[in-house]
Design a protein around this ligand. Structure first.
Ligand code: SF4
Ligand code: SF4
Length: 250
């Protein structure tokens, strides 16, 4: 018993306190910075190497809703225009806001007053893995651990859609999972929100062109929050959601 207490004491306080300002290791690949200097003529190296068709040229822009942060574009660029920073504030409530270039604004989440009023004090979410690799789900699981402790903000995952206020979509939506996704959404009582997580959930990611997908769900149902990444960092999810809810936190 004494040994167990000693170990617990040595572990100290493990919860991330300042989820807004905490600095991640420099090796973490978050927000890309795109320099404004000109590309060499006819160069398309970044477009050709990108596995998820996330890059547009003239000027260079990266769609964070498609990017898997590999980061091959920055390696092949002869002009060294693309760098990845450890900035994990990547979420946005508008799809267009995820496209970043040298002149674009930082992706941001606007607080939705209607959502804040209804769910600001308590939000229960039902997660649906619609054909993904389980990477996003592992990061969502981490939100409940002692480090991120999402429950302290009144946000939790729930086992039944009947008890949920919102749907968290991961995965590119395989044909086989499309009916389950729709059924889960239908089972959540209104009002409800939808959160698309990861490159797969947002755009189909590297599977976007697969004939095995059925993404018509997203043509009918509006998304309230996009959380980019492959997989997204738990802090990306947490900061985005707290911004959407207008929650006060240190
Ligand atoms: S880091 Fe993103 S934009 Fe760059 S090559 Fe990889 S997937 Fe494409
Ligand atoms: S960003 Fe780099 S790799 Fe891409 S077109 Fe410009 S110079 Fe070429």
């Amino acid at each position: 018993m004494l040994n167990a207490l000693k170990v617990r004491w040595a572990q100290g306080y493990q919860t991330v306190d300042h989820i807004r300002q905490v600095e991640l290791n420099q090796r973490f690949r978050g927000l890309p910075v795109i320099e404004s200097r000109a590309c060499p003529e006819d160069c398309q190296a970044c477009v050709e190497v990108c596995p998820s068709q996330a890059i547009q040229l003239s000027p260079v822009r990266i769609d964070l809703g498609k990017c898997i942060f590999c980061p091959d574009c920055s390696k092949v660029c002869p002009a060294e225009k693309i760098h990845f920073t450890p900035d994990y504030h990547l979420s946005c409530n508008e799809r267009e806001g995820l496209v970043v270039g040298s002149q674009t604004q930082h992706p941001a989440v606007k607080t939705e007053e209607r959502i804040k009023q209804i769910f600001g004090r308590s939000l229960k979410l039902r997660s649906v893995s619609a054909g993904g690799c389980n990477g996003c789900e592992m990061e969502l699981n981490a939100l409940a651990n002692v480090n991120f402790d999402m429950g302290r903000f009144g946000i939790e995952f729930t086992a039944s859609p009947r008890h949920a206020d919102g749907l968290v979509l991961t995965g590119p939506i395989s044909e086989n999972m499309a009916p389950a996704l729709q059924a889960t959404f239908d089972a959540i009582p209104s009002p409800k929100i939808v959160i698309a997580v990861g490159a797969c959930g947002i755009s189909g990611g590297v599977f976007a062109a697969s004939p095995a997908l059925d993404r018509r769900f997203l043509e009918k149902i509006p998304v309230d929050l996009y959380i980019p990444g492959c997989p997204p960092h738990p802090l990306t999810f947490l900061n985005g959601l707290l911004d959407l809810l207008g929650k006060k936190y240190s």
